[in-house]
Ligand binder design. Structure first.
Ligand code: NAD
Ligand code: TYD
Length: 347
């Protein structure tokens, strides 16, 4: 199969490619990515020179460039990860979110419709549980939960989900949608909670916990998410939605405390000193209280289950950041941005 992955230089996309490109030499993978601030080409070192991998630096909002990539590679499967993904950035600068998440998804759907005969191809849209808004103390999101997004990020993802389903109903495009809970693991840009706290701990910087730290997220190890998407591509049904979650609800403050303990254990630092870095800061506007996913559909229909527990996944993640200082430094110093400009600046 010829598989086009958008956003493959970001956190989840790079994990997806690093997992699947070596495992499936019989498939051709093309990574289409604009290389925004959130992308790090170093993340793709394990696959960059493999014969079944190619890279195209293209912005989804540049429709003619997108069409040219489709004409060149004739993808049979599209896995759509590319997005602006950070809620805090969507509060300070929502425009990029509407542009990439809405207009970019629209362009991608149109590019597929141009080259695929009716019923041909698979368009897998990677989305988030944040489209459902906030849960109270109880209950879980299932595939029928009403959309009720709170942030510009989740509203733009909800809008993109609606486009994808409309292209299925109106044009017969073979789409599949997955709504997943919060991911963590290697290669995550350190603006998100878990890598931000790990890096701040290593530098003994304050750990900014929003509000009282009582918000709950349902954490899933990134490779489990990638395996779920692969299972849906392999055996899912067109027009169907799959919720993906970790059955691993954690309050933010408990996540941060676990990270203090793990970093202390892994580096020999004194845990009380690390716990002393925790500071409560003003809450995020529109901050959803709780997310929790009911993933019984994908478990029953496709036999998928998360393999990693939160305890083991979090330790692996801490170890990965400790062992990959060059990746961290490239992010921290902006070295990777200079690399992108040198290698792609003139294209
Ligand atoms: P990320 O921010 O780490 O990476 C996004 C990637 O998309 C980057 O490589 C970036 O360069 C690329 N990109 C951005 N704008 C683009 C454009 N206009 N054209 C082409 N490429 C562009 O994001 P992530 O955390 O890897 O998330 C991937 C997808 O998964 C997103 O759609 C996100 O909504 C969804 N998701 C993320 C999580 C999570 O916890 N991170 C959970 C559920 C769903
Ligand atoms: P984040 O990683 O931004 O993911 P999302 O907002 O998409 O769930 O944040 C996860 C949780 O951690 C969320 O409830 C906000 C909180 N948070 C903090 O308390 N401090 C921080 O510095 C960050 C980035 C997030």
């Amino acid at each position: 199969m010829r598989i086009l992955v958008t956003g493959g230089a970001g956190f989840i996309g790079a994990n997806f490619l690093n997992l699947l490109v070596p495992r499936h030499p019989e498939h051709q993978f093309v990574n289409l990515d604009a290389l925004t601030y959130a992308a790090n080409p170093r993340s793709l070192d394990p696959v960059a020179s493999l014969p079944n991998y190619a890279f195209e630096r293209v912005d989804l909002c540049d429709f003619s460039a997108l069409r040219a990539v489709f004409a060149r590679h004739q993808p049979e499967v599209v896995v759509h990860f590319a997005a602006e993904s950070h809620v805090d950035r969507s509060i300070t600068g929502p425009r990029a979110f509407v542009r990439t998440n809405f207009e970019g998804t629209f362009n991608l759907l149109e590019a597929c419709r141009e080259i695929w005969a009716p019923g041909q191809g698979i368009f897998h849209h990677v989305s988030t549980d944040e489209v459902f808004g906030s849960l109270g103390e109880t209950g879980r999101f299932d595939e029928e939960t009403r959309y009720d997004p709170s942030s510009p990020y989740s509203a733009s993802k909800a809008a993109s989900d609606h486009l994808v389903r409309a292209w299925h109903r109106t044009f017969g495009l073979p789409v599949r949608v997955s709504n997943c809970s919060n991911n963590y693991g290697p290669l995550q840009f350190p603006e998100k909670l878990i890598p931000l706290m790990i890096l701040n701990l290593l530098e003994r910087k304050p750990l900014p916990v929003y509000g009282q730290g009582l918000n709950v997220r349902d954490w899933l190890y990134v490779e489990d998410h990638c395996e779920a998407i692969w299972a849906i591509i392999g055996a899912g049904q067109n027009g169907r939605t799959y919720n993906i979650g970790g059955r691993s609800e954690q309050r933010n403050i408990d996540v941060v405390k676990q990270l203090c303990r793990l970093v202390a254990e892994e580096t020999g630092a004194a845990e009380p000193e690390l716990l002393g870095l925790i500071g409560y800061v003003p809450d995020r506007p529109g901050h959803d209280l709780r997310y929790a996913i009911d993933s019984s559909r994908i478990e029953a229909e496709l036999g998928w289950k998360p393999r990693e527990s939160f305890a083991s996944g979090l330790r692996k993640t801490v170890r990965w950041y400790l062992a990959n200082r060059a990746w961290i430094d490239s992010v921290r110093t902006g070295e990777y941005r200079r690399w992108i400009e040198q290698n792609y600046g003139s294209r």
